[in-house]
Design a protein around this ligand. Structure first.
Ligand SMILES: [Zn+2]
Length: 419
């Protein structure tokens, strides 16, 4: 061991061999040369040519060897190309104009997905800007090479941006659980632009259902762009309305009924809003005590718990019959908040019942939202919107799930890195 041939093997760049090693300012400098036939690839048209005009030594930073940072040195040729005129040759291990090898870029880019850019930059001893550019190249390459799937179910949701009334509209593929695009507010225009620019006509035609909340602009946008798709209301949002009605009742019953009752109802809000099945023994007892003091609240709570069944039917008629029965049970109960909720549900029954035909994955909607919030938190407020979308796509698509995936990603000859 110890020959230049072994160094070539360790370096592992398919078409290049090591011609010398050197030490400079604590760095390991590796001299490279092409092996085999002297025909070079034109960076303009990818044709091979042997007509070399001149050569200029260029350097690229590469993955470290043990503790030593590595610089690659290679005489980059300028070629006479019949098609393009004078052009530089294309090297297999780096993008044009990049100062890092592709595998080094990918390593930094990969690290940036699980730590802030500044940490990744420190870890690889590069500047913040270099790390950010590497990450961008890494994510761009991934996005370009991903297959364009035809999503059956889409999700359109709003996410709060910072504090106050600012929102993102997030469009996602609910079958695969991946973010497709992001737009700055929650208007009809922003969703329509997302649907038309992020999806090709071929992809739009495949959409059968869009899961969204009852936000009117979204409904309009879907109706205009996707004529075949149906709206399915997000279960979480529907049940939020039910919880709001229940909470309003609690306020009515306890807080406007004198000091003694008020003491009874204080601090019980979260208890009421939790689902019965998620409550432990002592919490159930606490809730039962509350109900013993007020039967009307008990009735309302039971009614809300029953609403779960709206999503258990296999036919739309089943859903409608259940809802009519539910509204019917309210008669003579004098529960105005619940009656208002019944009206509301009845007005939106079409979108609720559509679930019977299009069982979209509500859990995916939730998990995408959680992922988005986690990415935003780690980025500590991202100003670059394109970058944010790329990061979100990565985080939701999760293309790396095993050690073998990492190898596939970081290997310079992997399918992912080939253009
Ligand atoms: Zn050319």
């Amino acid at each position: 061991m110890g020959s230049l041939r072994d160094c070539t093997w360790i370096l592992g760049l398919a078409e290049y061999r090591v011609t010398g090693l050197d030490r400079q300012d604590g760095r390991l400098v590796i001299e490279l040369e092409r092996r085999g036939v002297r025909r070079y690839v034109c960076s303009g048209c990818s044709r091979r040519t042997g007509r070399v005009r001149d050569a200029k030594v260029r350097t690229w930073d590469d993955l470290p060897w043990a503790e030593h940072p590595v610089t690659l040195r290679y005489p980059l040729r300028r070629l006479w190309c019949r098609q393009c005129g004078i052009r530089t040759e294309r090297v297999g291990f780096a993008d044009p104009h990049a100062r890092l090898t592709r595998r080094f870029q990918q390593r930094i880019g990969l690290d940036c997905q699980s730590m802030p850019t500044s940490h990744a930059a420190m870890r690889h001893a590069v500047s913040w800007g270099t790390a950010r550019r590497a990450e961008r190249a890494f994510l761009d390459a991934l996005d370009r090479t991903r297959p364009k799937r035809r999503p059956r179910h889409l999700g359109a949701d709003e996410i709060q941006r910072g504090k106050g009334q600012q929102f993102w509209t997030v469009l996602s593929d609910l079958v695969r659980g991946e973010v497709i695009g992001l737009a700055k507010d929650r208007s009809e225009d922003s969703l329509r632009t997302l649907l038309t620019t992020r999806l090709e006509a071929r992809q739009r035609a495949a959409v059968e259902a869009v899961c969204t909340d009852m936000h009117r602009p979204y409904l309009n946008a879907v109706a205009k762009v996707l004529d075949r798709a149906e709206i399915v209301f997000d279960k979480f949002h529907v049940l939020q309305h039910a919880s709001a009605a229940l909470d309003e009742m609690r306020r009515q019953e306890f807080f406007r009924a004198g000091a003694a009752m008020r003491e009874h109802g204080r601090g019980k809000r979260w208890l009421l809003l939790r689902r019965w099945k998620t409550l432990g023994g002592s919490k159930r007892t606490a809730l039962q005590t509350l109900f013993a003091a007020n039967r009307r609240l008990f009735k309302a709570y039971v009614l809300r718990e029953q609403l779960d069944r709206l999503w258990s039917y296999k036919t739309r008629t089943g859903v409608l019959n259940f809802l009519l029965g539910w509204i019917d049970a309210l008669r003579w109960q004098r529960l105005p908040e619940m009656e208002r909720l019944g009206d509301f549900l009845f007005r939106h029954v079409e979108g609720i019942a559509a679930y019977a035909d299009h069982p979209v994955r509500f859990g995916v909607v939730e998990s995408i939202n959680t992922t988005i919030k986690a990415v935003l938190r780690r980025a500590r407020g991202m100003r670059d919107e394109t970058m944010l979308v790329l990061k979100l796509k990565w985080a939701t698509a999760r293309p790396i799930r095993s050690a073998r995936d990492v190898v596939r990603f970081l290997h310079p000859q992997s399918a992912h890195s080939l253009r």
